[in-house]
Design a protein around this ligand. Structure first.
Ligand code: KG4
Ligand code: ZN
Length: 353
């Protein structure tokens, strides 16, 4: 079966074509057109501009995806219907509806957060990959999924494919949003996560004269919720308390990048590991843009090893951490029986798992 997946929930326009046959998966194409440059001047995603860019990019991305995949016969269409920015979601949905009419195909609506989980089984384009649901269920499930992106921070108990329980989530800002806002305070550009990660890496073995102590919000609370808005405010207060010269100094920027990244990592790891123990799961599964963070992945693995936990640790290949159409198409493969009539495919900005 050949599936075409469309993703436009935020600021990436992406279309992918996958071939799945006898549990063998091949990514024929996965084209991502990022709008980073358009939004950089605002320090965050500007929904109206994002919508306009999706509209402009979708036909171009579609042509590239089809050409790269060598014009295959498509059997099924998939589109992200939420959660995300509503005007952006509608761009992908309207585009896929047009295709469905032209090609006389069915559409599977996809939950973006579930797609971030399934991104863990995507391998490099062109390569074959065997995916056996029964082996996956036996060896990996149940699992605790930590979905961390620019829009979401959620801890989810995955009991089965399609069976999820949200254990906790952020009460205000998402982890990625906190890194993006910190980068904005420090005038480092957008998106903040990768820039902060780079600076934090640079700070690693340096003796810095600045000692910054940020809070670890909600780390000891016996629930699975998060709160990152106070952390961003703590960054702002520290920044404002510094002299102009200090604020602009490389040493201060490196020290702040290291501390904010560590504060976010400490909270994410502590809560995830507590859920892992409480629910006695077999695996920890990461997903979302922040899952691309090298230090987060390293520290997770180290903690699991030091605590002698027998938990599997899964994180997607970096190119599949951030938004992409391949994860949308692959998720639809598991929900192929849930295709909908065209008029019933609608955006739901607050869709839950
Ligand atoms: O999943 P995603 O592409 O879009 C949303 O659904 O939000 O995630 C984007 C977020 C941004 O906040 C970005 O700063 C963050 O992921 N991010 C990172 C890294 N790469 C992207 N955060 C930390 N470290 C990274 N290497
Ligand atoms: Zn996302």
């Amino acid at each position: 079966m050949t599936i075409l997946g469309i993703e436009t929930s935020c600021d990436d326009t992406s279309i992918a074509i996958l071939k799945v046959e006898d549990s063998k998966l091949k990514i024929l194409s996965n084209i991502v057109s990022s709008q980073v440059k358009v939004h950089a001047q605002y320090g965050g995603v500007y929904p109206f501009l994002a919508k306009r860019e999706h509209q402009k990019n979708l036909p171009i991305v579609f042509n590239k995806a089809v050409t790269k995949a060598k014009n295959p016969k498509i059997d099924l269409l998939a589109v992200t219907v939420g959660p995300g920015l509503e005007p952006c979601l509608w761009q992908g949905i309207n585009f896929v509806k047009n295709l469905a009419e032209k090609l006389n195909l069915k559409i599977v609506p996809v939950n973006h957060l579930e797609a971030h989980i399934f991104a863990n089984w995507l391998f490099s384009p062109g390569k074959d990959f065997n995916f056996h649901s029964s082996v996956f269920k036996k060896n990996i499930l149940p699992a605790i999924c930590l979905i961390v992106s620019g829009g979401h921070t959620q801890l989810v108990l995955m009991k089965d494919i399609g069976e999820y329980k949200i254990l906790g989530e952020t009460r205000d800002d998402a982890a990625g949003e906190c890194l993006d806002k910190t980068a904005r305070i420090l005038s480092l550009g957008y998106p903040g996560g990768p820039i902060i990660a780079k600076k934090a890496k640079e700070a690693k073995n340096k003796k810095l004269k600045f000692k910054i102590n940020l809070p670890r919000p909600m780390i000891s609370q016996k629930n699975y919720d998060f709160s990152f808005s106070g952390l961003k405010t703590a960054v702002l207060y520290d920044f404002q308390a510094r002299s102009l010269k200090e604020r602009k100094s490389k040493e201060y920027i490196l020290a702040m990048a290291k501390e904010i990244q560590q504060a976010v990592i400490d909270v994410l790891i502590a809560k995830t590991l507590r859920a892992t123990k409480e629910y006695k799961v077999k695996s920890i599964i990461l997903g979302g843009g922040v899952a691309a963070n090298e230090e987060l992945r390293k520290q997770f693995q180290l903690k699991i090893k030091n605590l002698k936990l027998k938990t599997n640790f899964l994180a997607p290949k970096k190119e599949f951490c951030t938004d992409n159409g391949a994860m949308t198409a692959f998720t639809a493969y598991f929900h192929q029986g849930e295709s909908k009539e065209l008029k019933k495919v609608e955006a739901n900005a607050n869709l839950r798992l």
